[in-house]
Design a protein around this ligand. Structure first.
Ligand code: FAD
Length: 429
């Protein structure tokens, strides 16, 4: 085992939680600092999301969880997923008839998995909770970091002082390595920029997203789960619209979480109609069949009540500073969701980072006969590992970021084009 180190993980989202698990399995002292209260507490409002968000979990993310050193994690996670074997394209023929067309993801029948993001996060937190070398600090917001002296400052929220509008309490803590998994608007990244010449690029695309629900079919209590779904549970449903897109992902209870992706100008137009009839007529015209799955009153209230959220794409370089900090997940490479890889790539970051840290720690052990302070040697080994991590990971992170942007065109338009069908036909024959 590598020398026991103090690892601070900032952000207890899926990526931070998995990183904490990897670090804890290696015997390190792990402290997890999270801005919000515990996700498992029913009074916690999910960040940015209305109810919960369903994601596509793919082999990239699964593989990272398989290597977390907790055999039960993968079974635990898999038991709460629904396989999606392909896309289901919904449309209307020239004669007005509605159609559904299944497009398999894989000639061998392999699937991506629908999973509740909050559910996955809770499972990871449950496992971490049982580990003696892990400590949680919820309601702690990173406010400052000195990566040369290895010191960090957190504002403790929800305290008496906070409630009375007084200055919130701040704590200081030291660390060997800080893992920044604090999402697209990362504070770790912000502070790291003061220490390293970081190239940084952020792009807001002209698309907002809003969440809707297709409720489960009313069925007798003993009915099979499959009979609760109003449309096929084993597909990612797509209503392509050239300039916009509506998708539906199955949930374990028979409902579907749906997302409208459309330009801001379209949202403004739909918002301007006080009766709401423009919303239903827009859906009727462009997303055939949706108003028979979501009653118009629900469609209108979801559109009005649920937030209309932006989509950001971020690239930065490097992903680390010296031996003391590294960025993972959205903090390093937030991407638009059209390739379904944001979280998957973030989970993969964790596996690759710890593979590289382990390799350098093994090399350090082989050379342990050499002189010098062991904590200096561990820091030097970590610095080499983090530099290698940035070098290996950044080209891949940038590539998947670009692919995600390109896939928006594929999902809303190319899936309908004759060229796309011909290409698919050639690929599959
Ligand atoms: P986050 O989930 O953002 O977690 C960051 C955590 O850090 C949060 O808990 C936050 O409270 C905390 N934090 C923030 N600031 C601080 C601070 N200063 N101090 C302490 N804590 C802090 N990905 C997929 O793989 N497949 C999909 O199908 C998919 N679909 C998506 C659909 C939509 C509509 C969207 C918007 C995203 C989708 N994604 C998908 C992307 C996925 O949601 C993200 O990539 C993933 O949640 C990133 O995880 P993370 O842990 O890096 O960051």
């Amino acid at each position: 085992m590598a020398k026991r180190q103090k690892i601070l993980v900032v952000g207890a989202g899926p990526v931070g939680s998995l990183a904490a698990l990897y670090a804890a399995n290696r015997g390190h002292d792990v402290e997890i600092y999270e801005l919000r209260s515990d996700l498992r507490d029913p009074s916690t409002t999910p960040l940015n999301f209305t109810k919960s968000i369903n994601l596509a979990l793919s082999e990239r993310g699964l593989n990272a969880m398989r290597h977390a050193g907790q055999a039960r994690l993968i079974d635990h996670v898999l038991s709460a997923t629904i396989p999606m074997h392909g896309r289901m394209i919904h449309g209307r023929r020239a004669n007005g008839q509605l159609y559904e067309e299944s497009q398999a993801y894989d000639v061998h029948g392999r699937a991506i998995l629908a999973i509740d993001r909050g559910g996955l996060n809770k499972r990871l937190l449950d496992i971490l909770e049982e580990m003696p070398n892990v400590t949680f600090f919820f309601n702690h917001k990173l406010t400052g970091a000195d990566f040369r002296r290895n010191k960090a400052w957190f504002e403790v929220r929800g305290t008496e002082a906070d409630n009375q509008g007084q200055r919130a309490r701040e704590i200081e803590t030291g660390f060997d390595l800080m893992i920044g998994a604090d999402g697209a608007h990362s504070a770790v990244r912000y502070h790291m920029m003061k220490y390293t010449r970081m190239d940084y690029q952020q792009l807001y695309i002209d698309t907002l997203w809003c969440e809707f629900q297709i409720q489960q079919k009313p069925t007798p209590p003993d009915a099979a789960l499959k009979s609760k779904f109003r449309i096929s549970p084993n597909h990612l449903h797509i209503w392509p619209g050239r300039d916009f897109l509506f998708i539906a992902i199955p949930s374990e209870d028979g409902s579907f979480t749906c997302t409208l992706f459309a330009p801001a100008s379209l949202y403004e137009r739909l918002e301007s109609d006080s009766t709401g009839s423009l919303i239903t007529s827009f859906f009727d015209e462009h997303f055939p069949g949706v108003t028979s799955l979501i009653p118009p009153a629900e469609l209108i209230s979801s559109f009005r009540q649920n937030p209309h959220l932006p989509l950001i794409s971020i690239k930065c370089k490097p992903h680390h500073y010296g031996s003391s900090a590294v960025l993972l997940g959205d903090a390093a490479h937030a991407m638009v969701p059209f390739y379904g890889q944001g979280m998957n790539a973030g989970l993969e970051d964790v596996r690759i980072l710890f593979d590289i840290l382990d390799k350098h720690a093994r090399m350090d052990e082989l050379l342990s006969e050499s002189s010098g302070d062991s904590s200096d040697r561990a820091a030097a080994s970590r610095a080499r590992a983090l530099a290698e991590y940035s070098a290996v990971r950044i080209p891949d992170a940038h590539a998947i970021n670009d692919l995600a942007l390109q896939n928006y065109v594929e999902m809303r338009a190319s899936v309908l084009s004759p060229v796309y069908r011909l290409r698919k036909f050639i690929e599959e024959s």
